[in-house]
Write a protein that binds this ligand. Structure first.
Ligand SMILES: NC(=O)c1ccc[n+]([C@@H]2O[C@H](COP(=O)([O-])OP(=O)(O)OC[C@H]3O[C@@H](n4cnc5c(N)ncnc54)[C@H](OP(=O)(O)O)[C@@H]3O)[C@@H](O)[C@H]2O)c1
Length: 223
């Protein structure tokens, strides 16, 4: 039985990760921001913690909530989207919300939990997006969201050097049927999460994936 942490698990990909790991018999610690999300996680048999990754007061004390844990896998799933192009300047609030949630959150979390992951030679799996790839960018749509995921990808690349006992990954989940992905997305949340879990299970024995940017199925993506 592994111990798995899922950050940003109230709905969508995070909630499905909790569901599938619990179904597989793993111990799951998961976070949400509100009472309804926490209750949903407890109903699935997860240990539920209240964390807002964009609130420094909340996220900076995260390791206290996890005191003494050893972690096999930690998923950073929390994310917010925005479809605006560069033609419309973002408000400062929008810029801060996306950058804090998508890029600064992982920077706050990983240093706190790296010792817990190192105890198990574990994996830090951050849900990124192919929108964070320079090479795959052919439109200005979702410019700020792309910037936040590019920043996340660079963080993972750097963090791999600083936390060598942990495998650090940036993973694209596919275009997935969630509130963010919309109902027209081709991939169900169950399919995406099954593929992501399989890749992360193989990661510690795949040295080429250390600090990598991968599709959900393990295919390398261009930076
Ligand atoms: N769906 C896709 O097609 C797709 C494609 C590429 C990448 N992704 C990435 O996949 C990840 C999960 O997205 P999803 O599709 O599952 O979206 P979703 O259904 O909109 O879920 C987003 C999750 O992030 C949480 N969250 C947002 N801000 C947070 C904060 N400040 N603190 C803590 N949690 C916060 C939400 O919690 P609340 O319920 O409290 O708001 C929710 O649990 C995101 O990082 C997203 O960028 C998704």
């Amino acid at each position: 039985m592994n111990t798995v942490l899922v950050i940003g698990a109230s709905r969508g990909i995070g909630l499905e990760l909790v569901r599938q790991y619990r179904e597989a018999g793993d111990r799951v610690i998961a976070t949400a921001r509100d009472d309804a999300g926490l209750a949903t996680l407890r109903n699935l048999g997860a240990q539920a913690l209240r964390v807002d990754v964009a609130d420094p007061a909340s996220v900076s004390g995260f390791s206290w909530l996890l005191d003494g844990e050893k972690l096999d896998v930690a998923w950073y799933v929390a994310g917010v989207g925005d479809r605006a192009t560069t033609a419309s300047p973002p408000t400062r609030e929008k810029f801060d919300q996306l950058m804090h949630t998508n890029a600064m959150g992982p920077m706050m979390v990983l240093p706190q939990i790296a010792p817990m992951l190192a105890e198990r030679a574990g994996v830090f799996a951050a849900i990124s997006s192919h929108f964070g790839s320079f090479a795959l960018t052919e439109t200005g749509m979702a410019a700020l969201y792309r910037m936040s995921k590019t920043a996340l990808n660079m963080y993972i690349r750097c963090a791999q050097h600083d936390f060598p006992e942990v495998t650090c990954l940036a993973l694209h989940p596919g275009w997935v049927q969630t509130e963010m992905g919309g109902p027209q997305a081709p991939t169900s949340v169950a399919q995406s999460v099954a593929s992501l879990r399989s890749t992360v299970t193989r990661a510690p024995s795949t040295p080429a994936w250390r600090g990598a940017f991968l599709n959900h199925d393990g295919t390398p993506l261009p930076w």
